[in-house]
Design a protein around this ligand. Structure first.
Ligand code: NAD
Ligand code: TYD
Length: 352
């Protein structure tokens, strides 16, 4: 059996592929455009592994995706591919619309044709769309957490583009019957996250003795989930989720940004003392335009229906994450400098 993963060289996608192949012998076809955020070095441990086929490709290239589907006949497509960084979306939304909206449309069209015309009627197939809690907008301090029925109210170009993709996925189910599943997850953290997002940026800057730029008053709240818990949630929804349903995924771990940054600084003080507290590097900077105040996830549906709960406590996950970045300074240097492109020469099985 085979699954096709899109965006599997990015942060969550590569963790998912590594996790998947650690516990299954199913083939993974990994289609990734290899943008700045896609790094085959993340998957170096799979070099020469016949169960992993990497194809450099764009989800918006419908003909190419159609060819891959016909060739590999996957039992599922899991869509991680996206432009994912809010600040980049504010500075230039074009790529976000192109990949997250237009790309998802072409991917859905390719998958629909494959499902309708190629697969036998009794063959089980799933299209799982990986989305974000940001589609629900911003919460006040005392508002109830986002549930699957919370009205969509995206505020950034990124979240608007993800909301649009979620609506397309929903419509392809309701109109054409495509067997889809959607997950809306809170902020992930862990190994292999590109150092532009809060946690790896702060670790990387702190290690270089650079300022730690905290937006606004630092009191915006995010719910943090360790990335392997997100991967297990996706596997669970893929295997047991009800077709056409949406599942919110969260870590039950709401933190103010400044609290996260101070925690990172305390761990770094302990592991790599720098003569003075890393916290001294905290610098409050101009707020992000339209900055959502608070995200919180009500994940009772996935727990009640599918028995999934997060397994990594924030205190443990954040420590593991800091240790990973300390042990992988070379990876950080490579992805920041763009040198990871040398990994393109890796001898992957069947690279396109
Ligand atoms: P990422 O930016 O680290 O990785 C995205 C990957 O997609 C990269 O490998 C990139 O090369 C690839 N890609 C981009 N455009 C493509 C295209 N047109 N065709 C094929 N591949 C393309 O992102 P991430 O943090 O791993 O997020 C993965 C998915 O999970 C996204 O859909 C994101 O919206 C969603 N998500 C992320 C978080 C989070 O905290 N990071 C939380 C919830 C949901
Ligand atoms: P980020 O990791 O970009 O994720 P998202 O915006 O998708 O939630 O940011 C997490 C939080 O950290 C968010 O409230 C913005 C804030 N932030 C900073 O304060 N400074 C930074 O340099 C970055 C990148 C983020």
């Amino acid at each position: 059996m085979t699954v096709l993963v899109t965006g599997g060289a990015g942060f969550i996608g590569s963790n998912f592929v590594l996790d998947w192949l650690a516990q299954s012998d199913e083939l993974v076809v990994n289609v990734d455009k290899l943008t700045y955020a896609g790094n085959l070095g993340n998957l170096a441990s799979l070099k020469g592994d016949a169960r992993h086929i990497v194809v450099q490709g764009d989800i918006g290239d419908q003909a190419a995706v159609e060819r891959l589907l016909a060739e590999h006949r996957p039992r599922a497509v899991i869509n991680f591919a996206a432009e994912s960084h809010v600040d980049r979306s504010i500075h230039g939304a074009g790529d976000f619309i192109q990949t997250n909206v237009v790309g998802t449309f072409h991917l859905l069209q390719a998958v629909l044709g494959y499902w309708r015309d190629t697969l036998q009627r009794d063959q089980e197939f799933r299209f799982l769309h990986v989305s974000t809690d940001e589609v629900y907008g911003s919460l006040g301090a005392d508002d109830p957490a986002f549930s699957e029925t919370t009205q969509y109210a995206p505020n950034s170009p990124y979240s608007a583009s993800k909301a649009a993709s979620d609506h397309l996925v929903r419509a392809w189910h309701h109109t054409y019957g495509l067997p889809v599943l959607t997950t809306n997850c809170s902020n992930n953290y862990g190994p292999l996250q590109f150092p532009e997002k809060l946690i790896p940026l702060m670790i990387s800057n702190a290690l270089e003795g650079k300022a730690l730029p905290v937006y606004g008053d630092g009191r915006n709240v995010r719910d943090w989930l360790y990335v392997t818990d997100h991967c297990s949630a996706i596997r669970t929804v893929l295997e047991r989720g009800r077709v056409g349903e949406v599942y919110n995924v969260g870590g039950n771990s709401e933190k103010q940004n400044i609290e996260v940054v101070k925690t990172l600084c305390a761990i770094l003080d302990e592991l790599v003392p720098a003569g003075r507290p890393h916290e001294k590097l905290v610098t409050y900077v101009t707020d992000r335009p339209g900055h959502d105040r608070r995200y919180a996830i009500d994940a009772t549906k996935i727990e009640r229906e599918l028995g999934w709960t997060p397994s990594v406590a924030f205190a443990d996950g954040i420590r593991k994450t800091v240790r990973w970045y300390l042990d992988n300074a070379e990876w950080v240097r490579e992805v920041k400098s763009g040198e990871y492109r040398k990994w393109l020469d890796l001898n992957y099985q069947g690279r396109g």
